[in-house]
Unconditional design. Structure first.
Length: 66
């Protein structure tokens, strides 16, 4: 997927899930505050899950969306 398509898909998803105002607020927060995605991911994503649990979740996700 190219960058333009990814941006379009991401903003469409956010708008559908959050609404227009909250999506704009989210984008503003990303652009205006220091945010280290890599550090956030290490501390928030998959915390407390085993490798098998993560793998099973990825398999389920792929069956739905791949």
């Amino acid at each position: 997927m190219n960058n333009t398509a990814l941006l379009d898909k991401g903003l469409t998803y956010l708008t559908n899930e959050l609404g227009l105002l909250e999506t704009e607020q989210f984008v503003y927060l990303l652009l205006s505050q220091p945010f280290d995605y890599t550090e956030w991911r290490k501390n928030n994503l998959f915390v407390g899950l085993s490798v098998d649990e993560i793998s099973n979740a990825a398999d389920r996700y792929c069956k739905v969306l791949c």
